[in-house]
Each structure stands twice: as structure tokens, then as C-alpha cells.
Design a binder for this molecule. Sequence first.
Ligand code: HEC
Ligand code: HEC
Ligand code: HEC
Ligand code: HEC
Ligand code: HEC
Length: 487
Amino acid sequence: MTSQTDENNNNGGIVPPPDIPPRGLWENCIHSMWRTPLGLIGLATTTISIVLMLISLTIDMLGLVHNAYFAAFSYMILPGFMILGLLIIPFACYIHSRHWFKDSLGAELSDKALCIDLSNPRHKKYLVGFIALTVVNMSILTIIGYEGYQFTDSPYFCGQLCHKVMAPEYTAYLRSPHARVRCVECHIGPGVSWFVKAKISGLRQVVAVITGNYPRPIPTPVEHLRPARDTCEQCHWPDKFSGKKVLTFYSFTDKDQIHPQKEVIALHLGGRNPYTGKFEGIHWHVSKDVKVEYLALNRKRTKIGTVKVTLPNGVTEEFDSDQVPAKGQKGTWRTMDCLDCHNRPTHNFDRLDDRVDFGLMTKAIDPLIPGIRADSLTVLTKKYVSRDQAREQIVGALMDLQAKRNGDAFVKKNGAQIVKAGQFLLTSYLRNIWPSMKITWGTYKLQLGHRDADEGYGCWRCHDDEHKTKFGKVIPQDCDLCHDEPN
Ligand code: HEC
Ligand code: HEC
Ligand code: HEC
Ligand code: HEC
Ligand code: HEC
């Protein structure tokens, strides 16, 4: 700005009036929008994106199209183009004005050129136009931004847009008790900082998906998953008293596929007992009165070292075990929460035998067909290179096995029943197996209970009679601690 005063002082600020008044800088800018190719590109990009955005918004609001790609285009790609167009316009103006500075008297006017002179009716017109357009643009961007935010938080964005990667989780989710809970409520939870963290890690994941550089299967437990207190406990609360919960398990064997074996247990779920006010039973671990921490010796948390219990009066008890971390790994401390038992509250895949036994129980697989249980297990554990190959082969494979076992005449007579069983097996396969993600039976195991105790999953990680305090007190494995027979 010093140059201005210098200049003014030096030549008295006198500028000879030109014959044709030169275009002012503002006029020149507006001119550049219409008259230069770059300006036109900017203008066209903005206008076309806005029009398309308004059309898609209307289509979406009327519910005419329900498609993740359509939404991604409307709420992520079009706004990108609109902003690009809006950036091109001032850039075109700048390029154009460089000439203006050079080849007109503008050079001398330049210092005043950027002023907005409200007494000049053209300036006034442009200013009003500019403000009106900005308000319109900002409103459109806000609406689209909001819709975009809703969209990127929706299960069908998470589950479908990344369909190859998330399909297994999405499929299991859709049949779970949480099918109406949005992914973000467990994976992100409330609050701005987690939201920002999630969007940043989301961007990284998008890059990983595009480059194909991600682990298969997706490893679990999910590192840096938000503590359950901020997610699950938004809807559930540990104090809720559930008392006893009776569960019935049915199973068959290859020898007897007609009469189910029935196992009934009454789980001591507990909670805060309304009669005694004491926190008791299985949900005791997550009561606000106690804190249970443990040293996980491996990444999967299937080997557990020291377990530390802190009681409300500050007294702590330590249960030590002889287990040591695998070579090259060191333990990590973790405070026990819902996810140490309910690790698959929503992405719960079927167990192989459970699924076949369920088929027998519901007669989707006719138990009267000799050997059908064994053959079903064989068909389901066969390797198929893709889900498409399974679609083509499963029913036929069951027919072949049955023909070998019971003869062609039998298969001919009972064809309809065998095909029905085959179709049930195919659906079972498609619910659970994704060769492209290396997900097969038992890839993701449940911590709830002790059915995979051999591999270190479940309650018996701690309740093994071997985690001991100095005084010899153990974390007990008595069956009666957790369940008894209902009466
Ligand atoms: C009720 C809560 C909940 C909802 C809703 C939910 N998840 Fe999960 N998700 C979890 C938990 C818990 C884990 C496993 C955490 C662990 O073991 O560390 C998990 C794990 C995952 C994993 C890691 C791989 C695996 O199977 O362990 C992916 C991927 C995933 N979820 C995607 C999704 C998608 C996509 C949606 C929505 C369609 C969704 N989740 C909805 C709770 C939820
Ligand atoms: C947005 C609310 C919401 C969130 C968050 C949520 N849940 Fe749920 N959960 C529900 C509802 C609703 C039901 C009951 C569904 C029904 O009975 O159909 C339910 C049911 C359950 C059940 C009983 C399932 C059954 O088989 O009956 C368990 C266990 C459970 N949730 C655990 C969790 C865990 C663990 C988390 C955190 C990872 C969690 N929930 C997060 C709403 C939620
Ligand atoms: C020590 C293991 C453990 C922990 C920790 C745990 N749960 Fe559970 N929970 C269970 C078991 C076992 C069941 C019964 C499972 C079944 O129904 O198959 C259960 C059942 C439930 C149910 C269904 C209750 C009903 O009446 O049917 C809900 C809801 C639930 N838990 C939520 C939670 C939440 C939320 C947390 C964390 C605050 C939590 N649980 C922590 C073991 C646990
Ligand atoms: C991380 C270790 C750990 C895991 C995993 C674990 N528990 Fe526990 N549990 C404990 C400890 C420690 C105690 C307290 C033992 C004591 O002081 O006698 C306990 C106590 C209990 C109690 C008695 C609570 C009371 O009323 O005082 C029940 C019931 C129980 N656990 C059930 C389960 C079930 C069911 C599972 C699996 C779904 C499970 N636990 C998984 C560590 C664990
Ligand atoms: C630390 C708690 C705990 C202890 C100790 C325990 N159980 Fe269980 N058990 C469970 C839970 C939780 C389930 C339910 C799992 C589910 O919902 O799938 C279960 C389920 C079962 C089932 C039905 C599922 C199946 O595996 O077929 C049987 C049978 C069973 N337990 C037997 C026993 C016996 C026998 C003992 C004593 C050696 C025992 N349990 C000790 C927690 C325990």
C-alpha cells in the first residue's frame, strides 16, 4: 500500500481519461466468465452439477431410486464437481485479468480496481447478484452436505458400496437383532472427535479398497474399536436385571438324524437384583461396582495372563496364570466390557453343524433320507473357488453323493426332497462363506459360552480353575456358577 501513496504523491494521481472508458476489474471478471473458454467450463460445470444435484435430490426424496452408487454420485461426486466449477471461475478471472493489468490502463487503476463502489449501479447489481448466488449455492451445498453425511453414515453405504469387502458383515448384520441399528452406532458412536477419526480412517479404507491392499479376512478383534460403554451402553445398560435365561440347544448325530438331543440350560445372567440390590451373575463383570482387567497375551485375546479385579472399596485381587505370551509378542491390558463376551452381537455367522441340524430340525433337510446329515456336511465343507461355483455345484454335489450312497433309483424317487435339501445347503453356504474374503466355517468365533474352548475362545479363557490368586483362590469353572437346569 505504500506504493499507492508514493505513486499518488509522485504524479498527483492524475490519469488522463481514455476515449472509451476501460472495463473495470469487476466487469472484466464477469466478462471472463462468459467470454473465455476456461470461464465457460467453470460456469458450465457448476450449473450442470447444480441442476443434476437438484434432480437427484428430488428423485431421492421421492424415494424413486434406492441405490448406493446413485447416492454416492449425487452426494459425493456432483458436489465435488460443483466446488471444482466454483474454483475454476475465479481462476479464469485471474488469468483473464492478467491481460487486463498488462494491456489497458488498468495498471494504473489497479489499486482502486478492487474497491466495491456502491454508488456505481453496476457494482451494486453485481454485488446483489453475487450475494444471491452465494446464498443459493451455500444452501444447495448445505442440503447436499447434510444428505451426504446421512448417506455416508447409512448401513447401505458401509455395507453395499464396499460390497466385496463388507458383504460378509453386512449379510450377517441383516439377519441379526441389530439389523435396524446403523453400523455407525457401534463402530463410531456419538461425538465429533470419533466422527472425524472415523471419516479419516474411512478415507484410508477407501484407498485400501481401491488398491486392493487390505487383509482377508478382515482381522478381528477390531483394533481401536470404541469402548462399549460409549456404543452398546447408549441403548443397553448393564444394571438391567435379566435374572435367569433359559436356552435350549438341539443337535443330531450322523447315527441318529431323526431324534434330536436336547440340552436345556438356565443361564445366570443376573444384573442388579431388585430384591437384594446386589450385582450378580454373568453381567457382574460389567457392573459399575467392579472393574475387571486382563492381560491379553495374543492379538486375538484367546490367551489370557493376569486377571485383575478392582472392587468398589478399592481392594484389588490378582489372578495369575502360568501362560506366557507367544514369542515376539507382548501382552496388552484391557478393561473387560460387553465385547469380551458379545464379540459378535451382529456379525454372527452360523456354525456348520448347527446349520445342518437346524435344517434337520425344521425338515428343510428331510431326516428320513439315509446319510443325509453326513452328506450335507461333506457338501458344505467342500472347497468352491467362488460363490458362483457353489451356486452351480452344491445341489448337484448332494445328488451325486446320495446316488453313490443310496443308488440311482432312490435318488430318482426322492429327487424333489434331495433338491430341497440341496437348496437349503446352498442358502446356508451363501449366508456364511466368501472365498474371495477367505471367510469359511469358523473363521469368526464367538466368545460367548465355551463351544470353542479348545481353541481358546469363550468364558473358559479365564474360568479355567488355573488362574489363581496368591491365596489359591481360582476363577472357577463350576458348571453351576454360570448355569443350572431350569426348574
Ligand atoms: C450392534 C453393533 C454393531 C453393528 C450395528 C455393526 N457392527 Fe460391525 N462389528 C461389531 C463388533 C462388536 C465387531 C467385532 C469387534 C471385535 O471383536 O473387536 C464388529 C466387526 C466388524 C468388522 C470386522 C470384521 C469382523 O467380522 O469382525 C467389520 C468389517 C464390520 N464390523 C462392519 C460392519 C458394517 C458394514 C456394519 C453395518 C452394515 C456393521 N459392522 C454394524 C459391532 C457392530
Ligand atoms: C441403537 C441401539 C443399540 C445399540 C447401539 C446396540 N444395541 Fe444391542 N440391541 C438393540 C435392540 C433394539 C435389541 C433388541 C432386538 C430384538 O429383540 O429384536 C438389541 C439386542 C441385543 C442383544 C440380545 C440379542 C438376542 O439374541 O436377543 C444383545 C446381546 C445385544 N443387543 C448386545 C449389544 C452389544 C454388545 C452392543 C454393542 C456392540 C449393542 N447391543 C449395541 C439395540 C442396540
Ligand atoms: C461375561 C460375559 C458377558 C459380558 C461382559 C456381557 N454379557 Fe451380555 N450376556 C452374556 C451372556 C452369556 C448372555 C446370554 C446369551 C444368550 O442369550 O445366548 C447375555 C445376554 C445379554 C442380553 C440379552 C438379555 C436377555 O434378557 O435376553 C443383552 C441385551 C446383553 N447381554 C447385553 C450386554 C451388554 C450391553 C453388555 C456390556 C455392558 C454385556 N451384555 C456384557 C454375557 C456377557
Ligand atoms: C477376562 C476374564 C474373564 C472372562 C473372559 C470371563 N470371566 Fe467370569 N469372572 C471373572 C472373574 C475374575 C470373576 C470373579 C471370580 C471371583 O472373584 O470369584 C468372574 C466371575 C464370574 C461369575 C460370578 C459372578 C458373581 O455373581 O459374583 C459368573 C457367573 C461368571 N464369571 C460368568 C462368566 C461367563 C458366562 C463368561 C463367558 C461368557 C465369563 N464369566 C467370562 C473373569 C472372567
Ligand atoms: C464361566 C461360565 C460357564 C461355566 C463355568 C460353564 N458354562 Fe456351559 N455355558 C456357558 C454359557 C454362557 C453358555 C451359553 C452359550 C451360548 O449362548 O451359546 C453355555 C452353554 C453350555 C451348553 C450348551 C451349549 C453346548 O455347548 O452344547 C452346555 C451343554 C454346557 N454349557 C455345559 C457345561 C458344563 C457341563 C459345564 C461344567 C463343566 C459348564 N457348561 C460350565 C457358561 C458356562
